[in-house]
Design a protein around this ligand. Sequence first.
Ligand code: ZN
Ligand code: ZN
Length: 379
Amino acid sequence: MKQNSFLSVCIDSSMDRVPGFEPGGYRFESCSVHISGHPLQKKGVLFYKGEQVIHCEDHCPCCSGDEYGTCCKPFHEGVFPENALKLMRSRYSAYVLNIPDYIIATTHPASPEYSENKFSWKRSLSRFSQDSSFTKLEVLDFKEKNTVATVVFTAYLTQDRRDATFTEKSYFEKVGRRWLYRGGQLVSGHAPNLVTTGQLRLLPLAYYGDAVLRKKADVVTDVTEDIKKLVEEMIETMDASDGVGLAAPQVHHSIRLFVIRTPIEKEGGKFDLGDVKVFINPKISSPSKETWMASEGCLSIPGVRSSVERPKEITVEYTTLEGTVVSHRFFGWEARVIMHENDHINGVFFIDRLPSKEKLELAPFLQNLEKRIHDNLNL
Ligand SMILES: [Zn+2]
Ligand SMILES: [Zn+2]
């Protein structure tokens, strides 16, 4: 048992090095820290370089050896981890620090641990955090390929003074720009007891360079059960990717169908996402003469945003999911999203609508993106 001036107890005095991915020459030990005068017991990581203790209190509970502020904190505050290992670590530290919202936000809707009842899920996660004493995290293996990754880790913890250490192989999937936890397979020990309900499937996205995105899509002749199921999965996929709209060709179905979430403009140019609307065989007419510019992005062209000029108002005649043909006038952002998605079913990208000078500037980036996606698909 080690001690120094600012900590009084070390639960675990083993001297394992976290294998791989860490800077060499360090040794990690987890500990509980009692800061004098501080009413709460803090949890941290003892961080040695040689025999010198560098610091304990501020270190990230994920056992990376880095300070929390530059390690997992930015992720807990909304930055997307750039790889699945960082996501796994930040989820672990979210368990330690009792941040259930982060666990929920980074769980894939298709994960067996995903629950539609966010409130009870949150309570159960919180209970797990409070009832567990986290000692150490050890990463044993990390593999990442294209949009899937696995991390094998051992989480050392006690519950009610009993050892609850377990080793798990976690699966991750990248959806849009975000890595999400897809599920876990127990290697040894007992799985932590967490809520498990819900079964949904996310659809693979088509990216810039995929031929399906350049085709003029076919008319939907009948709103079949298959179409309804596709719509349901498209909505899940759109929501999981934080998208405001998704067209069928973007999920490899060349048919005239798209879904949107009504954007509700807030102050500072931000949005809340409202109800889902489904458009089948849409026909746009009577665009207003008045146009406006606004910045658009696309799930199929990650990393590109540009200002596009579009009419302020349009009329759309379309078939609903119930099979009835309706006609409505749409305005502002909602009209813009509809036009963006309608472009997709005609094989058009928003970047095709940019002035030629801007298109030229984008060309090298797009070539690179196309190559990267092509190479990945052929790995
Ligand atoms: Zn961390
Ligand atoms: Zn798009």
